[in-house]
Design a protein around this ligand. Sequence first.
Ligand code: AMP
Length: 300
Amino acid sequence: MRVVRTISELKSILKKKRDNAIGFVPTMGAFHEGHLSLMEQSIIENAITVVSLFVNPLQFGPSEDFDTYPRTENKDIERLEKIKVDYLFVPSVEEMYPTEPSIDISLHERTDKLCGQSRPNHFDGVATVLLKLFNIVQPNRVYMGLKDAQQFSVVDLLVRDLNIPIELVGLPTIREENGLAKSSRNEYLTNQEKQDAAVIHRSLLKAQKLLINQGIKEPKQIEQIVKSELENVKNSTIDYIDVLSYPSLKQINNLEDTFIIAVAINFKNARLIDNLILSAEGKTIDLLRRNSDATNDDAR
Ligand code: AMP
């Protein structure tokens, strides 16, 4: 026990305890180093870390891979035994959705572009499960990967619109040695495709380099640089290459503020996404902390 004699000390101790309470990492499992990096950051910053593993049917379209999504629960549990995650929450679909949801969550900002175009209602499903999980876990901090930058941006807005009392922490994308962003869906790729897909990250870095060295100011030029690289990837098609403001995901005419270069490529059995978030000067932004009071975003 510790004896405290001043108001300020007591307040500061309790604030720290309150602030350092629960960190939460929502996932769909099939853990790789990307997931683990989020958990490790949560363990550093919070007294308790809760991870959820739930393949959420609501966020998959009818022709998507809900049934075949990699489910490796035993291996996942083994991996977590080695780090200091306190609780792994693995609910069944019936536990999460005992009845048809009586409320439709329908998002209409930041969702109509990038992945939202080919995955209608995907983010509605993500928002529904996250709101439920936030209410169940009541975390102080939530850790998400900036690899899924649109998801982060959508949740950022959700937190603000609904005044959800959490700090949302966006962390860097963890990559294979060749630059391919780690993803549970990389399992669907052949070895050759994994090699070929390395060009995705390389193309983004090339655009960044030219931006810095040549002072490119037009989004279209950036898109063209990335496109010229990605067109050469065998047996794949480009879904989108877009340069938008970040996190607001608006069309921009010049690179004056923080922006994202976002790409999605279809291989035979997998759709891969990747991005770079950059300052106007071309500096990589790979850590974001947002809460319901965040205002350093352009007006909506
Ligand atoms: P998922 O299991 O795919 O839903 O991902 C759970 C969380 O892990 C999300 O916040 C993702 O953005 C994050 N994540 C996935 N891949 C990576 C990666 N390569 N690096 C960092 N975070 C990642």
